[in-house]
Design a binder for this molecule. Structure first.
Ligand code: NCD
Length: 299
């Protein structure tokens, strides 16, 4: 039995197999590969896309779902621990998709679970399934998963999606990375140290304009009020906004990505531009997550 807690739990062979399966789904439609399975989606933190794309992917693959969407309506309110909840629910289902507001929660769940645990976001830790479809999106847009320059922008300290993505991209040849943020929201040193150890070419800067012309991907992030003080949030929230004039400085074929939800950080006037890829990215989350579960529960 395998859990998916960090993006590093996926081998490159796993990723290739999941992408091939996604290609097949997009080309031929869904097969009822998850018939007779019941999967629990336990969301102890708000979610729109992640939970609904997982659940749609399960249903379209012939599986069934039980769900927690409101932790206040569970025994958590009575003081039950995550471990006890997971221990019990894992005896009912074939897999657990878990979102929880603390980093490390998914690995705590995996210790007691008798079925695979898929991390759907653990606080400021990781968001591996997001990165999986981010990479699939890059593959569709650029036609490759190597030899490109990605600019990660904004809230890099707390944003779990970019933490997992950077870890993932580090294994592909010639991916250069630029981290653009206010110094207090810089990518944490645990990730930067990993990149240095792996000999990855990265730079850290506050200057977006200087790196836009060479970017193939600009990955924008949300200023997450939930991790910032009110004064920090007010000071930092509008520092890097993507507008049509920012998009115009990107080279032809370059794309703007975002895990969504967005607030102010990408102007809606960008949405109709060819660089705007974030809604296509969100749409790909569903088939990639379906392919992941089909693959995970069969191997
Ligand atoms: C992100 C998340 O929850 O980590 N959303 C998502 O899953 N697509 C980003 C965010 O919190 O803004």
């Amino acid at each position: 039995m395998r859990h998916l807690i960090s993006i590093t739990d996926l081998t490159t062979n796993d990723i290739n197999a999941i992408f091939q399966r996604t290609d097949q789904i997009l080309h031929d439609g869904f097969q009822p590969t998850l018939a007779h399975t019941v999967i629990a989606t336990l969301f102890f933190e708000p979610s729109t896309r992640t939970r609904l794309s997982f659940e749609t992917g399960i249903l379209r693959s012939g599986g069934r779902v039980i769900s927690v969407t409101d932790p206040a309506a569970t025994s958590t309110t009575k003081g039950e621990t995550l471990e006890d909840t997971v221990r019990v629910i894992s005896s009912y289902v074939d897999a657990i998709v878990l979102r929880y507001p603390e980093a490390g929660a998914a690995s705590r769940a995996a210790i007691v679970s008798t079925v695979p645990v898929i991390n759907a976001g653990d606080g400021t830790g990781e968001h591996p399934t997001q990165s999986l479809y981010d990479l699939y999106t890059i593959r569709q847009a650029l036609g490759r998963t190597d030899h490109f320059h990605i600019v990660c922008l904004g809230n890099l300290k707390y944003y779990r999606a970019t933490r997992s993505l950077v870890r993932l991209l580090a294994r592909y040849p010639n991916v250069t990375m630029t981290f653009v943020s206010a110094p207090e929201l810089a990518m944490k040193t645990d990730i930067l140290d990993e990149l240095t150890q792996q000999g990855i070419n990265y730079q850290v800067t506050t200057n977006l304009t200087s790196v836009l012309p060479t970017a193939d991907v600009v990955y924008q992030t949300r200023m997450q009020k939930e991790w910032l003080s009110d004064t920090e949030y007010q000071r930092l929230k509008d520092q890097y906004i993507i507008t049509p004039s920012v998009a115009a400085q990107m080279k032809p074929g370059a794309i703007i990505m975002h895990a969504l939800p967005r607030v102010n950080e990408i102007s809606p006037t960008v949405d109709s531009l060819p660089q705007a890829y974030y809604f296509k990215q969100a749409a790909l989350g569903m088939p990639v997550r379906a392919a992941l579960l089909q693959y995970w529960l069969q191997t």
